[in-house]
Design a binder for this molecule. Structure first.
Ligand code: DLZ
Ligand code: SF4
Length: 532
């Protein structure tokens, strides 16, 4: 009888995983902690601790259900410290004749595994059916379309799933209530605290291990509060549904100087690791609407993220890689500013977004898109530099979801495949949506002069620099109209202001962590490294 080794990756921690079904009794299930995965970008210590703690708990859950599990711990002396070599070592150790694995979360690993499909020890790749759509479903939807707008994909997903549908029509008569999701947070609005999960001995051991091995990475381990078991993830889901969902829609785009999580679910990490399924979270949210406990703009806004956007970016990723990763439509070349690694900037909004990232391995969608992302866009930060940062610092970042969001949505580097215009904005937007500017030494209303908010001149300078590419875009017509009506004198002053800012940015001394990136990237393939 064939004897498979089933490799379960750190973001595949679901009992419903296709590779765990119908296994012969002699099969061995392997989970492998390897340093290559922790270092190919310098992952936030909380992210590594989350994955390793969740892997250890999942291995226990599998053992309890009778699976035969081989767990390679990070400090096992025989550990080869890379996923492909480690799986091969374990397959030989247990005399297995094939390695089965579900499609991983990154093209780099998928490619390395596919190359071994016909090797002496063959790898068998299985499709991941834990999503609403497979890459083949997405390819079928995308085929023959000139534009891949999320909105049309999302409508089809609603029809297919039946979520928030009343017959053939969307519940409430509209497909998308985004316009009702843009209120700033009134001062003094109470925000419920996130659940805190008790750390058992397994989680405590992992936190100590990560501090020892990855303590040099950007990010604090203190206040680690991520759910590391399915049971804890369900507590977070219930907390979101009961305490956050009703106000989620209204304040979805709000930013707070003091509250990192607001009414956001923080469920993406648990979803992306497999502790929760997209179906159960969407259905839980939908129930709240039907039972009158949450308004449609909240429920639709949440379901759009999970059923629409999450599936859509995954489809874009798998149907466009590896070329997608090389996209740089705006020719951006600047390195990542050093303060992304320490938060040392006078720009309050950026400082707080980076500090919150350091403390929580989390920043919410609008901080990522309109603060750090917008700044990187306006400064022509190279897509690779920003994508590596987002992949490293956020607990929920797997490349399939991070790359299209960063390269496509934030940086418009895919030439508009995903977004019809770049999400560039001046300080006015941040002032409207947050209370940061009240605490900032800059003035969001000034465009030039020593106290002017840097976002303002950077914004206009960005539009000028990229006029050739962007000014013909119908959705940018209005803003280019405003630019063209400005006096030459004003435009010169803004150009000088932005130029001086960018010069200072380039002259800032390199932060040691940023220098360390070269070493991290050298092991990027992470699959064939020499065993330590
Ligand atoms: C992100 C990550 C880290 C830090 N460590 C591990 C690990 O030790 N073992 C593992 O199986 N997975 C890890 N991961 C997640 C992998 O990078 C992910 O499973 C791949 O699918 C790439 O997306
Ligand atoms: Fe950010 Fe400008 Fe507001 Fe300061 S003034 S917080 S830099 S938007």
């Amino acid at each position: 009888m064939p004897r498979p080794l089933v490799l379960v990756l750190g973001d595949q921690l679901s009992l419903a995983l296709p590779s765990l079904r119908d296994l012969p009794a002699n099969a061995v299930v392997a989970l492998c902690e390897v340093s290559a995965e922790g270092r190919y970008v310098p992952h936030h210590p909380q992210k590594i601790a989350l994955i390793l703690a969740a892997m250890r708990h999942f291995a226990e859950a599998l053992r309890k259900r009778g699976y035969r599990v081989h767990y390679s711990a990070l400090d096992d002396p025989d550990n080869t410290q890379a996923l492909v070599t480690e799986a091969q070592r374990l397959a030989r150790l247990h005399a297995c004749d094939e390695i089965r694995v579900v499609r991983p979360g990154e093209w780099r690993l998928w490619q390395a595994m596919r190359e071994r499909e016909h090797a002496a020890l063959p790898w068998r790749l299985l499709e991941d059916d834990r999503f609403y759509t497979t890459p083949d479903d997405f390819a079928a939807w995308a085929s023959g379309r000139r534009s891949l707008r999320m909105e049309y994909f999302y409508r089809e997903q609603r029809r297919r799933s039946g979520l928030l549908m009343e017959g053939e029509e969307p519940a409430g008569g509209r497909w998308n209530l985004d316009h009702d999701n843009r209120e700033p947070l009134p001062t003094g609005t109470p925000v419920p605290a996130p659940p805190h999960h008790r750390h058992d001995t397994t989680t405590r051991a992992v936190i100590a291990l990560v501090a020892e091995h990855f303590g040099d990475h950007f990010g604090s381990l203190e206040g680690f509060h991520w759910p590391v078991t399915r049971r804890q993830a369900l507590v977070d889901l219930r907390h979101f549904i009961e305490h956050l969902l009703p106000a989620f829609g209204r304040y979805q785009d709000a930013i707070s100087d003091s509250e990192p999580f607001l009414f956001h679910s923080r469920l993406a990490a648990a979803l992306n690791l497999g502790l929760l399924s997209p179906r159960e979270v969407c259905e839980a949210a939908e129930r709240e609407y039907h039972e009158g406990r949450a308004p449609l703009n909240s429920v639709e806004g949440f379901i759009r993220q999970v059923l629409g956007w999450r599936e859509y970016v995954r489809g874009v990723y798998w149907t466009r890689m590896p070329d997608y990763k090389r996209g740089n439509a705006l020719g951006a070349r600047r390195g990542l500013p050093n303060f992304f690694w320490d938060g040392e900037t006078e720009m309050r909004c950026l400082r707080r977004a980076i500090e919150m990232t350091r403390d929580n391995a989390y920043a919410h969608h609008i901080q990522r898109l309109m603060v750090t992302g917008n700044f990187a866009l306006l400064c022509d930060v190279a897509p690779e530099a920003l994508c590596d940062w987002y992949l490293a610092v956020y607990a929920d970042a797997c490349e399939w979801v991070e790359l299209p969001n960063t390269l496509g949505m934030v940086l418009h580097a895919d030439g508009g495949l995903m977004g019809s215009k770049p999400y560039c904005a001046s300080g006015k937007y941040i002032d409207r949506m947050s209370d940061h500017c009240r605490h900032c030494r800059f003035d969001p209303k000034r465009v030039t002069g020593p106290d002017a908010c840097p976002f303002n001149s950077l914004y206009w300078d960005f539009l000028e620099r990229h006029a050739e590419t962007l000014s013909t875009n119908p959705r940018m017509k209005l803003i280019y109209g405003s630019l063209s009506r400005m006096s030459e004198e004003k435009r010169n002053a803004m150009r000088d202001q932005a130029g001086a800012f960018l010069e200072r940015l380039d002259a800032a001394p390199a932060y040691s962590h940023a220098r360390g990136q070269g070493e991290h990237r050298a092991g990027y393939a992470g699959v064939e490294e020499t065993p330590k």
